[in-house]
Design a protein around this ligand. Structure first.
Ligand SMILES: CC(C)(COP(=O)(O)OP(=O)(O)OC[C@H]1O[C@@H](n2cnc3c(N)ncnc32)[C@H](O)[C@@H]1OP(=O)(O)O)[C@@H](O)C(=O)NCCC(=O)NCCS
Length: 199
């Protein structure tokens, strides 16, 4: 991690990202830390045409090995204060994974982070992503004192853009050639949310 002047910040000053305590829930969905036992559900849920189309940036096939590597990478990034990845689960049956939601590219210096989400196919179409986004965005403003949340998605990802707008995110425009995606470059639509705008 680097400060505003570009000088590396000693590791003991990097704020590790805490898990929300108490855990986030609205009595319908809950956001909890990922568990090793979730690997098969996470793999099966994400290995879905819509997730692979919009949320899998690599050209190579998605495998269970990628899930295991992500698990380790996410914890490393959390300890470095850069990312917080949570499982979206049924509030009444927390072993049942409905998807994932995360804060990433957390920039403490600029009080800014990006936020993202995905759902297993059977959990879609009933507002689950909207609930998860509200919970995590609200916590990020309250607990991390962020001044800005950013959300990016593919220009044709209408469902994701609706979820963002439902929560109060404001569309700012198109980031041209924003990402390396499946061996090509892809545009993204950029949304942002400021404190007090969450609905
Ligand atoms: C994006 C995603 C999380 C949306 O979650 P969801 O809870 O199922 O969202 P919903 O089905 O409630 O849809 C939200 C809105 O989009 C609309 N919508 C859904 N599919 C749509 C489509 N193909 N075209 C246009 N609108 C669509 C819904 O009607 C709803 O609109 P409303 O707010 O007016 O009622 C889910 O589709 C998903 O997991 N997609 C794959 C991964 C992904 O794209 N992640 C986001 C990357 S930026």
């Amino acid at each position: 991690m680097r400060g505003t002047n570009g000088i590396a910040v000693p590791s003991w000053t990097v704020p590790m990202l805490p898990f929300p305590d108490p855990p986030l829930t609205d009595a319908v969905v809950a956001l909890r830390r990922w568990r090793g036992a979730d690997v098969p559900q996470r793999f099966a849920g994400f290995r879905d045409p819509l997730c692979l189309r919009y949320s899998w940036p690599l050209a190579e096939p998605f495998t269970e090995e990628h899930v295991l590597r992500r698990f380790a990478g996410e914890e490393e990034a959390r300890l470095a204060g850069e990312e917080l990845a949570l499982a979206v689960v049924d509030a009444t049956d927390q072993a049942r994974v409905l998807g994932g939601a995360s804060l990433y590219d957390v920039d403490h210096d600029q009080e800014r982070a990006a936020i993202g989400y995905w759902l297993v196919a059977h959990a879609r179409g009933r507002g689950v992503a909207t609930r998860a986004l509200r919970l995590l965005a609200g916590w990020a403003f309250d607990r991390l004192r962020l001044a800005r949340l950013e959300l990016t998605c593919a220009p044709d990802n209408d469902a994701s853009q609706r979820v963002a707008e439902r929560c109060g995110f404001v569309r700012e425009g198109v980031l041209r050639s924003h990402l390396r995606f499946k061996g090509e470059r892809r545009d993204s639509v950029l949304f942002s949310l400021l404190p007090g705008e969450l609905v």
